[in-house]
Design a protein around this ligand. Structure first.
Ligand code: ATP
Length: 360
């Protein structure tokens, strides 16, 4: 178990080219607390793997420092960091049996035979490899091999942290769910610091208590699934988390309300703004109601998803999505009403915190 600190991390691959530098990581300051379950979540190319590899030591950052329990390890190689990493594709020895593959990292460190047996039995049981324990790895299917690889990452009890880079991609969807739940359970029981990279929000939200949302080489927000849903710090987080994502519309501030065309959406208090930022209103589809009064809209499409209906509308030239409960009626002449507690203001894409008290 350990606390990991990344300070002022920037990274560029290869030699500096002409023009603007292409940062894989632009500026990352991030702490991973002792015993936390984290997910690095973001679209392909946002820098998740780079960040993970900087923690494990596979990549040396162009700038910034990495600390484990306060000790600077930036210049230390992977094997001196005491970190286990599980990759997207299996890393195992084909000629060994499943059991031998799991024993290997422990034997290598001179762990006593009885302890190896106990721990390997435990891991075999946890990932459901019992029936395959004596089989050579060569003949296994892709998802069986990945389970072995996962087991190799989990088998050491002395590691500071375990890093997972999309470890369940090649695994069958049903088995995936079970394995993720087991990983989470193991994390709770062992109190190990775990960081799990994924671009799948369901995977991130079900695994982690701290979700780190990344975009274009930056961390935009770190929070619980609830924080990310209720208070997206950046318009991208609102759009990326949630299904469907948050609606984002251009707006103007008018006292303690936001103006959209000639219509108003009330805020809980008057915002304080500096300069002349680009202003946007963000509202999740869950907080958009279809009413007889409000802002006139036309319905473009209705998608029935069981308990809810996703209603795609057009309002003053903008697309706005509403999420309706099964029983909620759709008026013949629909207008949109934004529930005030769901209305957020964004200045240059960042959320403006309102005091919550009514404006004086
Ligand atoms: P994915 O989910 O697709 O793995 P990611 O979020 O993990 O993406 P990274 O793999 O960290 O993102 O990549 C971040 C940026 O760095 C991308 O623009 C990528 O093209 C670039 N990049 C990654 N590895 C290298 C490399 N070895 N050489 C040059 N550029 C690289």
């Amino acid at each position: 178990m350990a606390r990991l600190d990344l300070s002022n991390i920037r990274h560029i691959y290869g030699p500096p080219g002409e023009g603007e530098p292409q940062y894989a990581l632009r500026h990352v300051n991030q702490a991973f607390e002792h015993g936390g379950a984290y997910a690095l979540l973001g679209p392909s190319g946002c820098g998740k793997t780079t960040l993970l590899n900087i923690i494990s030591g596979l990549v040396h950052p162009s700038e910034g420092r990495v600390r484990i329990d306060g000790v600077d390890v930036t210049d230390k190689p992977t094997e001196k960091r005491n970190i286990a990493q599980v990759f997207q594709f299996p890393v195992i020895y084909d000629t060994m049996t499943v059991r031998e593959n799991l024993e290997f990292p422990l034997r290598n460190r001179g762990v006593a035979a009885a302890q190896i047996k106990r721990r390997v039995d435990e891991v075999i049981e946890m990932i459901g490899l019992g029936a395959l324990a004596r089989r050579r790895a060569r003949g296994l299917s892709a998802d069986e091999k990945q389970k072995v690889s996962l087991g190799r990452g989990l088998v050491r009890e002395d590691v500071s942290a375990i890093l997972f880079d999309e470890p369940l991609t090649v695994i069958d969807p049903e088995v995936k769910w079970t394995l993720r739940t087991q990983l989470r359970e193991l994390q709770r029981r062992s109190g190990m610091t775990m960081i799990y990279v994924t671009h799948d929000q369901t995977e991130a939200l079900t695994f982690a208590s701290g979700v780190v949302v990344m975009h274009e080489g930056q961390v935009l927000q770190v929070g619980s699934p609830k924080d990310l849903f209720e208070k997206p710090a950046h318009t991208f987080v609102g759009y990326f988390i949630g299904s469907p994502g948050m609606n984002v519309l251009p707006t103007k501030v008018d006292g303690a309300a936001l103006r959209i065309g000639e219509y108003f959406a009330p805020l809980t208090s008057e915002p304080r703004l500096r300069g002349n930022p680009k202003l946007e209103l963000g509202i999740r589809p869950e907080f958009v109601r279809l009413a007889a009064e409000g802002i006139p809209a036309t319905i473009e499409r209705i998608e029935d998803i069981g308990r809810h209906r996703i209603v795609r509308t057009r309002m003053l030239g903008h697309s706005v999505t509403a999420l309706l409960q099964e029983h909620e009626p759709i008026p013949a002449d629909p207008h949109l009403y934004f529930e005030p507690e769901g209305v957020h203001l964004y200045a240059d894409s960042w959320r403006v915190e309102l005091s919550g008290k009514p404006a004086p």
